[in-house]
Ligand binder design. Structure first.
Ligand code: ADP
Ligand code: MG
Ligand code: MG
Length: 209
């Protein structure tokens, strides 16, 4: 079972990896965007970590809702409302319980990814964060269904997200700024799919510790 402390540890790990990889995320956002994805997320995750450390919520849902709100108010651009929705909706779906099972987390993530797809009008294959998030949610659900524990399930999810992010390279972007480039968006890895893979990697490492 996963408690609020688990999600606070995830937030620390996620903020650390975003800080470490911010320059790379911004570099990925320069040929097909406006070179701000890393700095946007760094600002948002530092704000979220600060807010959560100041007044730590006592439930998993509370932590994730607080992170989502901070991302919405500080990240800006396309990814702020989308990641904010992802985290807030995951948190809301987890409700008020003090501990949640990995299966509850898988269901909550799935519902939140659907909300992101609805908000942004994107589907897998459009070269967005959904190309990492959707296969990750699928991999988590199927690993848990075949008896995997939390750490193995989240490791499968993170591996699927990495693969999904790499698989955005040959895609033509159909949503977001990169879509303005048409065919010239082909051959570049999507920054948002890459950051999604980093966030899921942090989740898998948190579960493995
Ligand atoms: P902006 O494009 O406003 O500068 P960011 O650079 O922070 O915002 O984020 C860009 C990322 O947001 C893209 O790489 C893509 O993964 C994601 N994104 C953009 N538009 C959408 C959308 N409609 N649906 C899902 N993800 C999107
Ligand atoms: Mg950008
Ligand atoms: Mg921008």
């Amino acid at each position: 079972m996963l408690d609020a402390t688990f999600f606070r540890r995830w937030l620390s790990a996620a903020t650390a990896v975003i800080e470490r990889e911010a320059d790379r995320l911004t570099e990925l956002d320069s040929p097909i965007g406006d070179a701000d994805h890393g700095s946007n997320l760094r600002r948002g995750f530092i704000a979220a970590r600060t807010a959560v450390e100041k007044e730590p919520p006592g439930t998993p849902g509370g932590v994730l809702v607080m992170v989502g709100r901070q991302l919405i108010s500080t990240v800006g651009g396309a990814s702020g409302p989308l990641y904010g929705t992802l985290l807030r909706r995951t948190g809301k779906a987890l409700g008020e319980e003090a501990t949640v099972s990995p299966a509850q987390l898988a269901d909550a993530l799935r519902a939140a990814i659907d909300a992101v797809a609805q908000l942004g009008g994107a589907a897998p294959g459009d070269k967005t964060m959904l190309d990492a998030l959707t296969p990750a949610a699928d991999a988590l659900a199927s690993a848990l269904a075949s008896g995997a524990g939390t750490a193995a399930g989240l490791a499968a999810a993170a591996a699927a997200a990495d693969k999904g992010a790499l698989a955005t390279i040959p895609l033509q972007a159909r949503k977001g700024r990169a879509s303005y480039l048409g065919e010239r968006s082909i051959g570049h890895q999507d920054p948002g799919a890459t950051s999604s893979a980093l966030l899921l990697g942090a989740l898998a490492r948190t579960a493995a510790e």
